[in-house]
Design a protein around this ligand. Structure first.
Ligand code: SAH
Length: 352
């Protein structure tokens, strides 16, 4: 029996149907599934012992067959601007990072969807980590719960927003990401509104269409960074096999189906995209796809090729976009001093 412990499956990986079947197969009543799921998700219980309204016999049965692999916040760092970065340890000792971002009226959780990343965007520190594996839905969910608790403990405020903008590419872990969102939004989970959730993607055309077909209700952000295909090829290798035109076409599809605007994330770099040709190309795309633009401040990752563009170039972007009737704003970085800002998540503190 001892040796089997490692092989026990995490109970949260079972669907409701599978758990029902398990209960029936073991002479239990299937209605118990409701109580068990409530403990697992809504109450986020850490062990079967904690399921106090479930009989000892049933708890014993569950713990004989399953485990609850809770994440553990291995290290927590606080920035002088209030941002908190968690290094989160998974049951197999892999580490991912998640961030709590406090503003005047929001507590936002920025969470990871994969261990490492396979995309190789040249300007992103996470790209330096190999993609090890996808996170399970429960591991994504647990990051949100941890940040929700920190929001209550350190700020006395509830969690208001969630962004899938941590490590990894959420659309390359489609099933688990969608399951995590289903649990986060379900009244039987955290009961949050999907309007407060944003999934950020490099822009995978096929999967964006799938999101639209699946009728998702959360927001979509695309890390565009340049609206010129050749330029995008150079800084985001993913683009070589997934040209911009296909991405735009998929966003057109997304808008027609969902009627929801896309957010374009965009960093302006010196001598890369800080000229009028790039600005005009962006305006052209924004005219075609109902959208808004977030100009993200570049966070240095010690690579000479990338430097934040000067403030007047960023202002020129703002001015031209606004003059064309496009909503655009500048997003200043948070948590830079602890490497918690966009593109800086790289397990620096915990790296072996
Ligand atoms: N893979 C998804 C999720 C990562 S989100 C995606 O590509 O959208 C992280 C966001 O930070 C993306 O918009 C990414 O392009 C941006 N980013 C990456 N490195 C950055 C850096 N050094 N400075 C600012 N933003 C960066």
């Amino acid at each position: 029996m001892e040796g089997q412990a490692l092989e026990k499956k995490d109970i949260r990986r079972l669907s409701k149907k599978e758990l029902e079947q398990f209960l029936l197969n073991h002479g239990e009543k299937k209605f118990k599934v409701k109580q068990i799921e409530e403990w697992l998700w809504q109450k986020s219980v850490k062990s079967f012992d904690g399921m106090t309204n479930i009989s000892l016999k049933t708890r014993g049965l569950l713990s004989d067959h399953f485990v609850i692999n809770k994440i553990a916040v291995d290290k927590m760092q606080r920035s002088n601007d209030g941002t908190i970065k968690n290094a989160v340890k998974l049951h197999d000792d892999n580490i991912v990072e998640s961030v709590l971002i406090p503003t005047d009226n929001r507590i936002t959780a920025c969470i990871s969807s994969q261990v490492g990343c396979s995309l190789d965007c040249n300007f992103c520190a996470t790209a330096r980590l190999k993609r090890m594996r996808n996170l399970n839905a429960d591991e994504i969910y647990d990051q949100v719960v941890a940040i929700k608790e920190q929001g209550e403990e350190y700020f006395d405020r509830p969690l208001t927003n969630i962004v899938y903008m941590g490590m990894g590419e959420p659309l390359l872990n489609y099933q688990n990401v969608l399951k995590s969102i289903e649990k986060i939004t379900s009244p039987k989970g955290l009961g949050m509104s999907p309007k407060r959730i944003t999934l950020s993607t490099v822009g995978i055309p096929k999967m964006i269409k799938k999101l639209a077909d699946d009728g998702v209700k959360f927001n979509l952000a695309v890390s565009l960074h340049t609206a010129l295909n050749e330029s995008r090829d150079k800084i985001m290798p993913f683009n070589k096999n997934n040209p911009l035109e296909e991405l735009i076409e998929s966003l057109d599809y997304w808008y027609k189906k969902t009627k929801r605007k896309v957010t374009f994330e965009y960093v302006v770099w010196k001598n890369i995209n800080d000229n009028i040709e790039h600005i005009n190309a962006l305006i052209k795309i924004c005219r075609r796809i109902p959208s808004k633009v977030n100009l993200i401040e570049y966070n240095n990752i010690d690579d000479d090729r990338f430097l934040q563009a000067s403030a007047d170039k960023v202002d020129l972007y703002l001015e031209k976009l606004n003059a064309s009737g496009i909503i655009a704003s500048v997003r200043n970085s948070r948590g830079k001093d602890i490497d918690a800002a966009c593109g800086q998540l790289a397990n620096k503190e915990t790296a072996l």
